[in-house]
Write a protein that binds this ligand. Sequence first.
Ligand code: TRP
Length: 338
Amino acid sequence: MKRILTGDRTTGKLHLGHYVGSLRQRVALQHDYDTFILLADVQALTTHFDNPELINSSILDVAIDNLSVGLDPEKVTIIQQSMIPSIAELTIFYSMITTVNHLLINPTIKSEARNYGFSSENAHDYDYDFSKLSYGFLGYPVSQTADITFCNADLVPVGEDQVPHIELSRKIVRKFNALYGTEITEPDYKLSSVSRLCGLDGNAKMGKSLGNAIYLSDTKEDVEKKVRSAVTDTNRVSVKIPGNPDVCTVYQYHKAFNEAESGNICSMCKNAQIGCVACKKMLASALNAVLDPIREKRAYYESHISDVKDIIKSGTDKANRIGNENIRSIKEKMHVLI
Ligand code: TRP
């Protein structure tokens, strides 16, 4: 069986953007691949180093998010990143052969730097404010390469924003193998069918840091309230005028979560046969239909926290057995053993 590795930063609970971008696909692939899920608590530090309490509580939250969408703990290996020394060691080795330029031109790093306030209007060469941008943040695609390759994963199911990282991973691995004669697997990525979900406010991306997200752990009422406030076609000032679904946030969600009704909704909107209020009600109930079984599983795991901890511990032990063996053979090839 080929191996998958993917993961999430532990900086808060996961939302519908994660669900369509990656989680939904993980669940489907778990039967055909040896699936490794990384709780990326070290990568979380790149932006949340001043909030260790949040990172700590998010380790369990993110594990529960993954389990409640339907990942089977008997099948998948759930791993706590900070507990895997071989990832840290590989990160250092890879950092020696990765140029700063490759990191600076990465479009995802650029846009995240903007979101987190690490860029500045008056910086000259790049958009970055180098007095705010940390070495660790800039270099996280390097440590992500270590995440993927410590266990020789073949495939990384991801949303669109992660593609530049995997492309860099491939370059790093190729260069490393050529230099040292190692046989580290060059990972491939697999995009989800809906790989990006816009925020409820119409922002291009749903993001924890952007405050425009519906969480997998939101209640039915939370979902109804958030959907009511979503941005639609702003030109449609009255129910009587036809709408344009292509520019409507709510319609993007219908396409992602309510395939059965979305064609009909599209034509009714274009012909002014349905108003935004009714359309939003339909969306809220479609989202709640997706979230209900997830809520049920969450309730189970939340009342069995020690089981969740055991799942993480045994997954981490298994990953360490694999990683320790691999890092030893890598060091041999690098001639660092005496
Ligand atoms: N950077 C990913 C995100 O923000 C999380 C992540 C960490 C990851 N390590 C990974 C994803 C390895 C895929 C593979 O969502």
